[in-house]
Ligand binder design. Structure first.
Ligand code: NDP
Ligand code: MG
Length: 380
């Protein structure tokens, strides 16, 4: 029986790669649902190619336009803010890839879990803001959350042979260091949006690319690792590894360290999230370590890149603080992309928002949405 798959954020970097890898295995996977915020031109092409039963467009006007364009096709079009949730609730789906960007993934991830659907999770902001709630609900419903983020996929792969959680000493998350590795604070003050979007190793959506340049991406991934693998903050270590060949490592109590290596190609972790526990061939070039040469490691410079430290602080403070960290970061990154603030103002905005917040423990979905909104409003 084919697995019925929904790709949420199908017009994005992860979504497009997911459609690409799954298109090679039509005997195993059927794409039954796709979605975007507003890129209906691409959705129309994807609809033609993959013949899904449903499409969700969160922007109402664009959704109506797509509905008119696809009149006569046997495809149900959902549109509006709640369209992702409505689509998931009405359909029979075996696995949802959540590859939308930002907090917009939270509600639909929870709705999917509540229906007992397994999740392939790319959208890290969801687990940062709602980690406890998402993981508890998934446990309760017996759903799997399979990481797509390359570092967490690596840890997931290194941890799978471990039968006893107590035997894990630490996880080591690797980070490329982004385009500004080695920069001083003064030099960072002058970088442009174009500079920040020029990531040395990975081609990704704009938000995650800016997060990689500030090291907030690694901060969000530290929080993601805490929830996905049940780790304490001091069990999660970040190592700068500019070659992006080792995707992360797990250190065990006996001193053994297991790493996952591969080319910097998201198609590997994306496909693995669907095929787990099996492995299927990908179109990725084999890793040639002779050609790669030296693998090097450095400590992160948390003074020049304070976002990483802010994420550790939010994680240690706990409760609703990561919601504020995430919301403030989303607003600050959007402002930077619109050239309204400088690169160095991103952590300043986040720290200020965190400083004003009174922590709520064990936030529920309505609390998270409220705190997220209030944080955005307070920054303006
Ligand atoms: P992109 O910006 O390339 O794509 C985002 C997708 O989500 C698009 O389909 C977009 O639609 C849709 N979208 C954007 N905003 C909303 C919204 N408010 N509601 C519903 N849908 C929305 O992002 P990426 O693919 O790069 O990243 C997706 C997620 O995966 C992020 O959380 C990122 O951190 C994570 N990730 C990405 C990696 C990568 O290599 N790209 C690696 C690891 C994690 P439209 O095109 O219409 O705007
Ligand atoms: Mg990553």
């Amino acid at each position: 029986m084919k697995k019925k798959i929904a790709i949420l954020g199908s017009t994005g970097s992860i979504g497009k790669q997911a459609l690409d890898v799954l298109s090679h295995y039509p005997e195993y996977y059927e794409i039954v649902a796709i979605s975007a915020r507003q890129n209906i031109d691409l959705l129309e092409k994807q609809a033609d190619c993959f013949k899904p039963s449903a499409i969700a467009v969160t922007d109402c006007d664009r959704g109506r336009e797509l509905k008119a364009r696809l009149d006569g096709y046997d495809i149900k079009i959902y549109y509006g803010e709640e369209s992702l949730v409505h689509m998931i609730e009405e359909m029979h789906i075996d696995m949802v890839l959540v590859a939308v960007v930002g907090i917009s993934g939270l509600k639909v991830t929870l709705a999917s879990i509540n229906k007992g659907i397994d999740i392939a999770l790319a959208n890290k902001e969801t687990i940062v803001a709602g980690g406890q709630l998402v993981m508890e609900t998934a446990r309760h419903k017996g759903c799997s959350i399979i990481p797509v983020d390359s570092e967490h996929s690596a840890i997931f792969q290194c941890i799978n042979s471990c039968k006893n959680h107590e035997e894990i000493k630490k996880v080591h998350l690797t980070a490329s260091g982004g385009p500004f590795r080695g920069y001083t604070k003064a030099k960072l003050g002058k970088v442009t949006v174009e500079d920040a979007l020029n990531h040395p190793n990975w081609k990704m959506g704009k938000k995650v690319t800016i997060d990689s340049a500030t090291l907030m991406n690694k901060g969000l991934e530290v929080i993601e690792a805490k929830w996905l693998f049940d780790m304490e903050p001091d069990q999660i270590n970040v190592i700068i590894h500019p070659q992006s060949i080792i995707h992360s490592m797990v250190e065990y109590i006996d001193g053994a360290v297991i790493a996952q290596l591969g080319r910097a190609d998201m198609r590997i972790p994306i496909l693995y999230a669907f095929t787990f526990p099996r492995r299927f061939p990908t179109m990725t070039e084999p890793l040639d370590l002779f050609q790669t040469g030296s693998l090097t490691f450095e400590r992160p410079d948390i003074h020049t890149f304070p976002c990483l430290q802010l994420a550790y602080s939010a994680l240690t403070m706990g409760g609703s603080m990561p919601v504020v960290l995430n919301a403030a970061n989303e607003v600050a990154v959007a402002k930077f992309l619109r050239e309204e603030i400088s690169f160095n103002q991103i952590p300043v905005i986040i720290e200020k928002a965190m400083g004003k917040h009174k922590i709520l423990n064990n936030p529920k979905i309505d609390d998270i949405i409220y705190i997220d909104k209030q944080t955005r409003l307070s920054i303006g």
